[in-house]
Design a protein around this ligand. Structure first.
Ligand code: FAD
Length: 186
């Protein structure tokens, strides 16, 4: 195992590279038939994308929860910042996008449960939910003002954690390739 990576976010989960040198695997240890691997890997990624979309949804929901709470506690110009329309609009946008992301996650998970093709739905859920996680966490830091930038209030961690959801299990650009290819099917 190689050294532990020093990461921007999800620091509670360790990441290491694995190096294989001159490894020979005997034929009888092969899983499946010749050529089976790529399709199997793609299917595994499809399922994993629902998981990452759900992770993104959780991060975004946490950002909204922290922001709702803080905006009713912090006062500026003689009232809770929640009373400023600029803050209300941020919270309304976050809540709307989070609900839409949740629907996409449910749709993909439901198709999978039904045994139907969920390739496009999983890619859409991951693409959208990860953008919503990034959007909501950046807004959460903004709503917290200076406290958003310090560790005590947690939202800076959510912002750092959100970024990976646009990258792993296939980047957002790759999700768009998957979705656009799938559009040609129907
Ligand atoms: C913390 C962490 C954990 C990880 N865990 C796992 C794991 O458990 N299992 C695993 O297999 N992998 C894991 N990965 C790897 C991760 O899935 C890849 O980093 C990710 O899929 C992006 O691949 P890449 O880094 O090779 O980027 P690249 O493919 O080099 O992409 C670089 C940039 O180019 C863009 N790009 C590439 N190709 C195209 C294209 N055809 N069209 C348009 N844009 C394109 C990408 O979207 C990206 O913006 C992990 C990575 C991290 C950081």
């Amino acid at each position: 195992m190689e050294k532990k990576e020093n990461k921007l976010g999800i620091r509670g989960s360790d990441t290491h590279s694995l190096m294989f040198n001159n490894v020979k695997v005997p034929k009888e240890n092969r899983i499946g038939e010749n050529g089976f691997g790529f399709n199997f890997a793609m299917k595994t990624l499809n399922g994993g994308r629902i998981g990452i979309a759900s992770q993104a949804l959780g991060i975004a929901s946490g950002a909204l929860e922290f922001s709702l709470k803080y905006s009713q506690e912090r006062k500026s110009f003689g009232k809770e910042i929640f009373q400023h329309q600029a803050i209300q609009f941020k919270l309304a946008e976050m809540a709307t996008k989070i609900d839409a992301a949740r629907m996409l996650c449910f749709k993909a998970a439901n198709l999978k449960d039904q045994g139907q093709d969920y390739t496009r739905a999983a890619a859409m859920a991951k693409l959208y939910a990860s953008d919503v996680a990034m959007y909501s966490t950046v807004e959460a830091v903004q709503i917290h003002g200076g406290y958003g930038f310090v560790k005590e209030f947690h939202v800076e961690r959510l912002m750092r954690d959100a970024k990976i959801t646009q990258i792993y299990e296939g980047t957002s650009e790759i999700q768009k390739i998957v979705i656009s290819r799938d559009l040609l099917k129907n």
